[in-house]
Design a protein around this ligand. Structure first.
Ligand SMILES: *Cc1c(COP(=O)(O)O)cnc(C)c1O
Length: 370
């Protein structure tokens, strides 16, 4: 699905020397690479604070802790997402409230959010799924009206731009109260291990996040709140600092591959290509088809026999997962998500896809569905 080796080969000299430098200096934790990457990333995102942490799941958890969300508070998120989003809500004793998504962009349905708001609702977690922004202008307006926090899950959409109706542009994750992202190796800005970050323009919130990520410590050995231990290590920051310089070029390569797929599958009634959201650029974390009258398992098997990987993101809606079983929900409650879980198929998507590979992938798929 990704070609991290091919991507590494192109930046090998720079990456190897940056990693070696960290080892030479033995500044493995909180080294100058972390500060440098944070500063570069703040500038890239045009945001006041980037707070690094150990992974994207921690970023979501720390953000929710820093916002002071309390047991019983309701947090609205999409039913069609990676489990981490709902996991931290549940772990903190908050109540995940699930809503359906749009059938074309896969992003959270704003009308469904509005319907789900109760006096207990404290936050909305829009997930910028597969690489494009949810309908943030409407979500932010809704949050303002009901005094809710907006915690953006940007794990899949680092670098995407959202344009407001007045023409203002903002980076995904810098629009709501706080943005939470992941640098997992296969993400659009991936390190060589685990990593994550929060972004916010709110000074007070940034301070709280920093403190919670560091054992709730404001001054060494002075603990003002219960925290966690969540750090981005210097080797990961060194790799990210190098890859950040290539991020826009990586997004362009992904868009080029997506355009090839789009063209190859255009007008094929059995293959619905992914729609583009109106106000967002797409950074194509995933290129996800919706199959119509195609045996997905057989297609996946057929592709595997030709050494073409394909993945189902996500096969089971959150409300149908045993761990998130909630008597409020039953099969049929989120028809769009349920249908998507049965029909989606994500194709190889990364920065190293050349025309020959794309031709081979698309021809193989077209041969199967003909
Ligand atoms: C990857 C991902 C996360 C979690 O990130 P980790 O770094 O793996 O903890 C959270 N939300 C979404 C939507 C993701 O894709």
């Amino acid at each position: 699905m990704v070609d991290l080796k091919g991507q590494y080969e192109k930046i090998k000299t720079e990456v190897d020397s940056a990693i070696q430098n960290v080892i030479n200096n033995t500044t493995f934790i909180n080294g100058p690479e972390v500060k440098a990457f944070v500063a570069d990333f703040e500038q890239y995102l045009n945001v006041k604070h980037v707070i690094p942490c150990a992974n994207g799941t921690d970023a979501l958890q720390i953000a929710m802790m820093a916002l002071g969300l309390k047991q019983g508070d309701e947090v609205i998120t999409a039913d069609f997402t990676y489990v981490a989003t709902a996991e931290v809500i549940a772990l903190l004793g908050l109540t995940p409230v699930l809503v359906d998504v749009y059938p074309d962009t896969f992003d959270i349905d704003v009308k469904a959010i509005e319907k789900a708001i109760t006096p207990k609702t404290k936050a909305i977690v829009p997930v910028h799924l597969f690489g494009q922004c949810a309908d943030m202008e409407k979500i932010v307006a809704l949050a303002k009206k009901h005094s809710l926090f907006v915690i953006e899950d940007v794990a899949q959409a680092i670098g995407a731009d959202y344009t407001f109706s007045d023409g203002t542009k903002k980076k995904a994750g810098t629009i709501g109260t706080i943005g939470c992202t992941s640098f997992f190796p296969s993400k659009n800005l991936g390190c060589y291990g685990d990593g994550g970050a929060m972004y916010t323009n709110n000074d007070e919130l940034a301070k709280k996040c920093r403190m919670i990520a560091n054992h709730g410590q404001s001054v060494q050995y002075v603990h003002d709140s219960i925290g966690v231990n969540s750090r981005l290590d210097s080797i990961q920051a060194a790799v990210l600092g190098i890859k950040l310089k290539h991020l826009d070029e990586y997004a362009a390569a992904r868009n080029k591959a997506a355009a090839y797929y789009d063209k190859a599958f255009a007008n094929n009634p059995k293959l619905k290509t992914p729609a583009r959201a109106k106000n967002s650029t797409h950074v194509f974390h995933q290129y996800t088809l919706q199959l119509n009258g195609v045996d997905r398992a057989k297609l996946k098997e057929y592709l595997a026999s030709k050494d073409i990987p394909a993945m189902i993101y996500y096969p089971i809606p959150l409300h149908m997962q045993k761990a998130y079983h909630d008597p409020r929900y039953k099969e049929g409650d989120f028809p769009i998500t349920e249908k998507l879980c049965k029909t989606v198929l994500s194709l190889p998507m990364h920065t190293e896809l050349d025309e020959d590979t794309l031709k081979y992938i698309t021809e193989s798929i077209l041969e199967f569905v003909k």
